[in-house]
Design a protein around this ligand. Structure first.
Ligand SMILES: NC(=O)c1ccc[n+]([C@@H]2O[C@H](COP(=O)([O-])OP(=O)(O)OC[C@H]3O[C@@H](n4cnc5c(N)ncnc54)[C@H](O)[C@@H]3O)[C@@H](O)[C@H]2O)c1
Length: 280
């Protein structure tokens, strides 16, 4: 017997839908029957993601929005409500990378990067949660999932704004979970880690883009692959399936928690090198 999709007809907003992790999450939610709203400040990332899902039997809408602009966030949530009548799931995934340390990063750069990671999650949670609470004709409720990083759990040097903001997002998750629990809204987070890039190139090609895997990328990824306990890096569709679980009724009693999909990265004892064998 084929199991019923876990998210049939539910409306899911995903921010930051590049062909990498956001695209993998959007496709994972669509595979479970969700209607996907792909939100990105880069129009091609919003539209290519939504178009691919729509052309492959799903329902989707691409919307251009800067997650740090409250007026744009309100317009985006309004467009989702006008089009689909409800918001059930929000995945705060938008971020950007700017590897600089406490000694060399300007305050403007620190502010901008943490503004996207933390401020964007704050603004989308605020307005999506209001939409989830204000529903008529159906029980209020919904699910928010924030995308962290193993850098938010550990002290990574030279990545100060990113790792600090991701750690902040972990406690934003817990605090928002407590604030919204009385409204039937569950708030959890998911922690990805260094991600095998091959799937994102394959997804970009499926979305109609002409991309080639850069030569040398396997060499760049080798230390990550060899240092991780499972000796294999996750791919975005691994995160997509885990997000679909957290968004589904299978996780109905889970709120305020973090699900690490990190091949054991954070659990690893600091002095143990997986390359060296079974013990320190
Ligand atoms: N790639 C990794 O190895 C890795 C590891 C751990 C965690 N993560 C997390 O996973 C998430 C996705 O990462 P990715 O590798 O797919 O990154 P990516 O750069 O491929 O995608 C991020 C997307 O966010 C969008 N974005 C950035 N700023 C925005 C803004 N102000 N408003 C709207 N959209 C905006 C970008 O346009 C892009 O499409 C991020 O939260 C990242 O921190 C990534």
């Amino acid at each position: 017997m084929k199991p019923a999709p876990k998210l049939g007809g539910r409306v899911a907003i995903v921010t930051g839908t590049s062909p990498n992790i956001g695209g993998g999450i959007a496709e994972g939610l669509a595979a479970e029957g969700a209607i996907v709203v792909a939100v990105d400040s880069i129009a091609a990332n919003a539209h290519d993601c939504a178009d691919y899902i729509a052309k492959n039997g799903g329902q989707a809408l691409g919307l251009v929005c800067d997650v740090t602009d409250e007026a744009q966030v309100e317009v985006t949530i309004g467009a989702v409500l006008r089009t689909f009548g409800r918001v059930d799931i929000l995945v705060n995934n938008a971020a950007f990378f700017n590897k600089k340390g406490v000694l060399d990063m300007s305050y403007a750069e620190f502010d901008k990067q943490s503004g996207v990671i933390l401020g964007g999650a704050f603004l989308f949670t605020k307005h999506a949660a209001r939409a989830m609470m204000g529903r008529s004709g159906a029980a209020p409720g919904g699910v928010v999932i924030n995308i962290i990083s193993t850098a938010g759990h550990q002290g990574e040097p030279g990545n100060i704004a990113y790792s600090t903001a991701k750690a902040g997002l972990l406690n934003f998750t817990r605090s928002a979970a407590m604030e919204l629990v009385g409204h039937g809204i569950r708030v959890n987070s998911l922690t990805p880690t260094a991600t095998d890039p091959s799937e994102s190139f394959e997804r970009a090609r499926r979305w109609g883009r002409a991309v080639e895997k850069p030569p040398g990328i396997d060499k760049v990824m080798r230390p990550f692959r060899e240092g991780i306990p499972m000796k294999k890096l996750p791919v975005p569709s691994d995160y997509g399936r885990a997000v679909a679980f957290l968004a589904s009724d299978d996780a109905a009693m889970i709120t305020g928690t973090d699900l690490r999909v990190d091949a054991g990265a954070v659990a690893r004892y600091w002095a143990w090198d997986p390359k060296a064998g079974a013990t320190v």
